[in-house]
Unconditional design. Sequence first.
Lengths: 176, 588
Amino acid sequence: METSVATELRLGLPGRDRSEAKIISVSNKRSSSEMDDSCDPQQESVVPAQKAQVVGWPPVRSYRKNILQKKAESSSDGSAMFVKVSMDGAPYLRKIDLKFYTNYLDLLKALQSMFKCTIGVYSEREGYDGSEFAPTYEDKDGDWMLVGDVPWEMFVTSCKRMRIMKGSEARGLGCL
Amino acid sequence: MDQDHKKLKESSFPCEVLEKVLSFIDSHKDRSSASLVCKDWYDAERWTRSNLFIGNCYSVSPEIVARRFPKIKSVRLKGKPRFSDFNLLPQNWGANVHAWLVMFAKVYPSLEELRLKRMTVSDESLDLLARSFPGFKALSLSSCDGFTDEGLKAIATHCSFRLLGLVQMIIYQNLTELDIADSVTEDIGGGWLSCFPESFTSLEILNCASLQCEVSFDALERLVSRCKALRVLQVNESINLEQLQRLLVQVPHLTRLGTGSFMQELTVRQYKDLQTAFSNCKNLQALSGLWDATSVYLPFVYGACASLTFLNLSEANLRSGELAKLLPHCTSLRRLWVIDTVGDKGLEAVGSSCPLLEELRVFPLDPYDLDNQQGVTEAGFLAVSRGCPNLKYVLYFCRKMTNDAVVTIVQNCPDFTHFRLCIMNPGEPDHLTNEPMDEAFGAVTKTCTKLRRLSVSGLLTDKAFEYIGKFAKNLETLSVAFAGSSDRGMQCVLEGCPKLRKLEIRDCLFGNAALLSGLDKYETMRSLWMSACNLTIKGCKLLAKEMPRLNVEVIQDEWSDETHANKVYVYRSVAGPRRDTPPFVLTL
């Protein structure tokens, strides 16, 4: 029984050339923590060849994937969410579309660039303590809250407008 | 023939007694063994079998089943190979249940239960089902596709009540279970819930957690309020907390609850009502759903946690702190599913709060982000193993692992029956020593003598497979990806694991020699799957020629050509080659 078989021993990924692996576009990333620095959601479907995804790997059930993608997509389902943003000391207000952002980090980066100020890093215990400015928002109940305390999706649905307060005034504003 | 028959009759048990005895045997494996003893036993067994289990719908045909078993009341039928869950099987591959239903309708009119896994079920089939079995009670569709609202409406409308016009006797044949777990399609709306008539009160199990759409809350509320025997209720994400509270007060005796979305701004009153509702659920054994649950609302679940044996947090992206606060309330916990957002720290809490834990599954939040360094590592797994010595089942997705950690883990937990480790970057070595992960799986197979299911990952050479072949004597299911250094690896497994039933391999360099080394083995197994390996059509043809009782199928896709067989599915069958192959499936 003759079998003509070539068994190649290769270094690296067996099976076939890695660069041939099917590339499927990455869904909008959800950061596992709203304040995660390392996640860049703008980097969507451009995936370099070396980091090409392989079909069906990791072996996570497709309905689970669907749920993640749906959550990512629901933030871009058409209707915008404009809120007014004021900053202490600034002569006029700005308006931003909350639906344009997918996490707090991007929102704060945008605010800092828009108002040319530094907002600093959020911490659950200290809020924005130590920073020159602290971002706050008015929620549906009319209360002024510190930006970052609640999950992003909850913030987007409950924020009516924002105010960037001077750091000294923002002390004492915070959730439990 | 008559004299022989007489002789046999005189010396053997009366068949009525034999049948009575055999009717006590439930396990289909035991029944299969009994049927092989002699002709009498074969006959007695086939007349008394009422539960039918078919692990591969193509291993036998409806006609053969109908001929052999005259009195079936419940059927469990499985279709597609497991890798179809990960999109490795093209659409319309097969496993359509319709031909089976047509046969069941003809031969088993008193069918009561049907449980399907990975089968294609059309609306037409559901309609046929609804109309054909007056005594039908339970339908379970796990990971099935092909049906929409219309099919479910047919079930709801027709299964719920049948009038048998016997004089002065009205018999209600009522549906007790409708479970469409994991069968997700966008085409299923929520309208079918409204099709259960007002007189329908017998539902005991309702699971529609995976539905992607809005469910009519009114219809659901009315259904729940009149089905007093309801013990399992799993709703989908469209149901909010306020609605959940209204449902819970109707059925506080639930044993399994799947909540809807946990993100909703509540008034103090609503919060208190929910807390009370949960505290009144004294019989809860399983809890799931909890979409978007956070530290704000998780606490009102605490009141229901004492009796929980199964907690499914795989939709709630909890952090370590939230998990650490929740777990101490779950004093009876045996099974826990979480997302890796809990981190190693959260798993430490598992180790310290759940001494009775037998099953742990850790799913990745973002599996496709290859740069993501978050999630869990070997530290979390170690922490769990230290605190949970009864661990038997683990499914662990991580990006980093070490051989030493796994060696220690199995020393702490030698009773593993299911060990599924997925190191997500393909071919990833031990992150501390940079060596292959061979020793890890060597330890698993050597120490865990009861191991029945194993999924390997990381950088693996043939050594890992040598270990598996040498030590894993109870292994039934093996899943392999991006591993091995030569054909010898696969050969070791085929020659070494006597109880192997299912072997699924993807992206390995095993070639024809490896495939053909299992000639004698495949008829003792349910199936073999090999994709993105080094198989050729020629090699597969050879296998098919040598083993006529195997179906050797090659699935053509964009990676195949005239020589390369990219996806190969081999399985034993008494029904011969499939008669319903789509054009892209080649039967050799």
